[in-house]
Design a protein around this ligand. Structure first.
Ligand SMILES: *Cc1c(COP(=O)(O)O)cnc(C)c1O
Length: 220
């Protein structure tokens, strides 16, 4: 199917729900990205800073740029320059470095905290029980604005298996919002990918990150 047909298919699957769709364009080229943007996509997600910079030179500010992959501290400067939302903040050390760089660049950087919801050792993210502690640290940093949480569920054969994890994320998200921390604007619960976005949205995701379902298989 074409990119346009895939996007239409996704909106139909969502049956009236209207999460923000972040089109994940890692390993896909500018032409595919333009097609998605022309269709109406307003946010794209990249997981590597260097790849995003190259594409940014072509597409610039036509869309929001979201960083969804792990960020090393030595790449923070370039990340802060181009990304509207860094979804993958998962340590105090990284938060402090983003705050420092954003201050130098005169930017207030929007971020999400990435939670390792299933406790998978091979995945990044902060353990659920440490999320509020990190949120309080971030809330004290003047050049960061915490906007919510992000999580990646394990790839199950049946996405129903991810439902309890998404539910737990929603609970954490509500706890975070209820804490009313200074300096925050808690609005995004980013969860759901090609395999499980329907379940994620049913459980409260309002931002989904879809790559394969829009652009087809990635070639590495
Ligand atoms: C690659 C990626 C996605 C998109 O995955 P698909 O299965 O292709 O939809 C979403 N979120 C993150 C963090 C990713 O790295």
């Amino acid at each position: 199917m074409s990119i346009e047909a895939n996007l239409t298919h996704i909106t139909q699957n969502l049956r009236g729900a209207k999460p923000k769709i972040v089109a994940v364009t890692k390993n896909h080229g500018i032409a595919a990205m333009r097609t998605a943007i022309d269709w109406g996509i307003c946010a794209i997600g990249e997981n590597r800073v260097q790849e995003a910079i190259t594409k940014y030179a072509d597409l610039n500010r036509q869309v929001e740029w979201h960083l969804i992959g792990h960020l090393q501290t030595n790449k923070v400067r370039n990340a802060v320059r181009i990304f509207d939302l860094i979804q993958s903040v998962d340590s105090e050390r990284l938060a402090l470095e983003i705050d420092r760089v954003a201050g130098k660049l005169g930017k207030r950087q929007d971020i999400l905290i990435q939670v390792n919801i299933a406790g998978e050792s091979q995945k990044y993210g902060i353990p659920p029980r440490d999320t509020m502690t990190l949120a309080r640290v971030v809330s004290d940093l003047p050049n960061l604005q915490l906007c919510g949480l992000m999580a990646i569920a394990p790839l199950y054969d049946d996405p129903e298996q991810a439902r309890p994890l998404f539910r737990e994320m929603k609970r954490l998200f509500q706890e975070l919002a209820a804490a009313r921390l200074a300096n925050t604007n808690i609005q995004w619960l980013s969860m759901g990918m090609t395999n499980d976005y329907c379940v994620a949205v049913e459980e409260g995701a309002n931002l989904i990150r879809v790559g394969t379902g829009i652009f087809g298989q990635r070639e590495y």
